[in-house]
Write a protein that binds this ligand. Structure first.
Ligand code: FIX
Ligand code: ZN
Length: 413
């Protein structure tokens, strides 16, 4: 069925609204991980995005804040960001959208009433409810064998929840090689700090073991703005000798998240990271040097987004994704999504949630989807003006791609 231009926007909005999402990068966990899967009002309020904002708005020192139990931290954040000021920031608004869509009444501004409401939910039911309300069909976790809380769960084994898939996160391996060597040795891999002997083969064996163990969808790392490729350091050598052959052998795309300056303010802990411009040329050189490898890339700095689109136009083995962290604000999502559609069409994944708290799936998608619908409608209207009116089926096909389908196709190639 053809559409008429006047009905494009509501049609697209409805399709985007109803199309289930594959959320391709989060920090959520399969419920089998127990306490590692964060959820609830206190977790929502102590999200590190809100912690960073609250220090600008409250009298406590960082030491005083960190000395408080989590419930008190949540209370001081609620007071500073929601009661003493109107919660207009994206992260604050996100809490309210989440609560509202989960059926809670935010009008009373009563934290204890919100807590009481939450107390009636059980984890399993809550996970199902959040996936339903947010319209998410599948969640990709971030899984690190180097995490001492996470690793034992994988080692013990558990019944996987099919709604949660895994991605192998390897930051310590690529960014902290000297301290990673003893760990690998302890786990039975014969590696040496100077890369001698069987080192590269053994690290490949380590990656192969974990890729199989977690059924990894892709292998990922976050990198600082000064990431260079090629390079003389351990990171570049390990990429060349380990990650690339591993990727080809096990069909593992390599996801690069570039532009994070870790710990510029250590007093803020997890909230203390910042941003810097990256060298998109390094991504291009990787894609050019390894045409049989697949790369996923998201960049943290706004000023790098255009160059990344250009790189994707040059390299079919590069899949651009998400509006990461400081990019995940409506004004920037809109700008970047429009530019990506204009430059690389539907062969990208405009958004991922990066949720750390289960409940956040609700707001991250509730805030992103209308932006996608708006920008996409505008593009279809431009097409319709030429006489090329998209059919409903074509719109559904496109939206499915943009909400995770394109990545599934890319990874399956
Ligand atoms: O490295 C990452 O995957 C980042 O997304 C996180 O480290 C960051 O703390 C975050 O939560 C951003 O949204
Ligand atoms: Zn992340």
């Amino acid at each position: 069925m053809k559409t008429s231009t006047t009905s494009i926007t509501p049609l697209v909005t409805g399709i985007v609204e109803r199309t289930p999402v594959y959320d391709i990068h989060t920090h959520l966990y399969d419920p089998a991980f127990g306490q590692l899967l964060l959820w609830g009002i206190d977790e929502l309020l102590t999200y590190h995005y809100l912690i960073a904002e609250s220090f600008r708005a409250m009298p406590l020192s960082t030491d005083q804040f960190w000395a408080l139990p989590k419930s008190r931290q949540a209370e001081v954040i609620w007071d500073a960001l929601f009661l003493q000021n109107s919660p207009v920031s994206e992260a604050c608004r996100g809490v309210l959208t989440t609560l509202q869509r989960l059926g809670l009444d935010v009008r009373r501004r009563d934290l204890n009433a919100l807590r009481q409401h939450y107390a009636s939910w059980k984890t399993e039911d809550f996970v199902t409810k959040v996936l339903e309300v947010s319209g998410v069909r599948k969640v990709c976790m971030t899984n690190s064998p180097f995490d001492d809380l996470e690793r034992p769960v994988w080692e013990a084994g558990f019944q996987r929840d099919p709604r949660f898939v895994a991605a192998l996160r390897i930051d310590p391996l690529l960014l902290d090689w000297p301290n990673t060597v003893p760990k690998l040795r302890q786990w039975g891999y014969d590696v040496a700090t100077d890369f001698s002997g069987k080192t590269f083969g053994e690290v490949r064996r380590f990656l192969a073991d974990w890729t199989r163990k977690i059924d990894s969808q892709y292998c990922m790392v976050s990198l600082s703005p000064d990431f260079e490729f090629p390079g003389t350091g351990a990171t570049a050598r390990l990429i060349e000798e380990v990650i690339m052959p591993h990727g080809r052998e096990h069909n593992q795309a390599f996801a690069l998240m570039i532009g994070v300056k870790r710990n510029v303010n250590p007093q803020l802990r997890l909230a203390g990271d910042s941003v810097g411009g990256s060298d998109v040329g390094a991504v291009e050189r990787l894609c050019a040097a390894y045409p049989d490898n697949k790369f996923l890339c998201t960049l943290l700095a706004r000023e790098d987004q255009h160059a990344l689109c250009v790189a994707a136009r040059k390299f079919r083995n590069l899949h651009v994704f998400g509006c990461w962290w400081f990019m995940n604000n409506p004004s920037l999502i809109e700008e970047v999504t429009r530019m990506r559609l204009e430059m690389i069409g539907l062969t990208m994944t405009p958004q991922h949630s990066d949720c750390r708290v289960m409940d956040q799936l609700v707001y991250k998608w509730a805030h992103s989807k209308p932006i996608l619908a708006r920008v996409l409608s505008e593009k279809y209207e431009d097409l319709a003006a030429t006489g090329w009116e998209p059919s409903e089926n074509e719109i559904q096909r496109d939206v499915h791609r943009l909400l995770g389908g394109a990545l599934e196709e890319f990874l399956a190639l």
